[in-house]
Write a protein that binds this ligand. Structure first.
Ligand code: IPD
Ligand code: CA
Ligand code: CA
Length: 261
């Protein structure tokens, strides 16, 4: 299947997921807890079901890794869809329109397609490997801000924050003292896309899963940004932490993340 066909199928699946989310957005939700502050609503489940139905029908040969239902489908060697049906569940459950469907496709360890779609704003970020990054149909690129002190950063707090607040806050404080400001939106996929289109200059986060970052990390790379782990090694979606930036401020951010400070 060529990249353009994958993109069309991926977007059809994202639209199906988005429809399930918007039908329920702003209404009362049955909320279940996966952890003390880690929520899942019926919208997460219905969106994932809708996405998987589209992908399984169009590409039965492909494997699927989806946040709520795990691994299913064909052989990962033929390619794998990596799905977060609702990134930003806490926002969604509080009727805050900062959430997205995130869908990526990877083959032989490489992410080839990324789609992040926020149906509440109509913003759809996409990238295919080697083809640049887009917001709706307009090409996007990272910012040119070279000074960390003039940079707007984003981060998120891990769901196990109650057990590790001190370490997280220590790093947060360092960035507060060295940046123009920090935002915490509650959707890792949108944080990455906002970096890709120049709204943020840098982003770091701990304790993430492949479905949080697979699409967004490709979108950042294709927009000209740099994505690594906290040691500066190229990012792989199996890593549980991520540093992404406009590339210009990457080394300065790495220095602040270094544990020996
Ligand atoms: C979460 C969001 C949040 C990040 C969490 C993720 P979810 O995903 O991306 O911004 O801080 O670590 O788990 O649970 O809303 O899909
Ligand atoms: Ca997520
Ligand atoms: Ca999710």
């Amino acid at each position: 299947m060529d990249l353009e066909t994958l993109r069309i199928v991926g977007f059809k699946a994202a639209q199906a997921g988005a429809k399930a989310l918007m039908e329920r957005f702003g209404k009362f939700h049955t909320v279940r807890k996966k952890g003390v502050i880690d929520l899942v609503t019926e919208a997460d489940m219905r969106a994932e079901q809708a996405i998987v139905e589209v992908l399984a029908a169009a590409c039965p040969e492909h494997a699927i890794l989806a946040e709520e239902s795990g691994r299913q489908g064909g052989d990962p060697a033929a390619g794998q869809w990596v799905i977060d049906p609702l990134d930003g569940t806490t926002n969604y459950a509080h009727h805050l329109p900062v959430f997205a469907v995130s869908i990526a496709f990877r083959s032989e360890g490489r992410v080839l397609l990324g789609i992040v779609y926020n149906p509440a704003t109509g913003e759809r970020f996409t990238a295919v490997a080697g083809g640049g990054a887009f917001l709706n149909d307009t090409p996007i690129g990272v910012s040119q801000t070279a000074d960390l002190g003039e940079s707007l950063l984003a981060t998120g707090f891990p769901y196990d924050i109650r057990e590790r607040a001190e370490g997280v806050i220590t790093v947060f404080t360092r960035f507060l003292k060295h940046s123009q400001g920090i935002r915490r939106l509650g959707s890792a996929a949108l944080d990455l896309c906002y970096l890709a289109c120049g709204r943020f200059d840098g982003y770091w986060e701990l304790n993430l899963k492949p479905w949080d970052t697979a699409a967004g990390a490709l979108i950042v790379t294709e927009a000209g940004g740099r994505v690594t782990d906290f040691t500066g090694a190229p990012y792989r979606i199996e890593r549980d932490h991520i540093l992404a930036s406009n590339a210009c401020i990457h080394d300065a951010m790495l220095a602040l993340l270094s544990t020996d400070r």
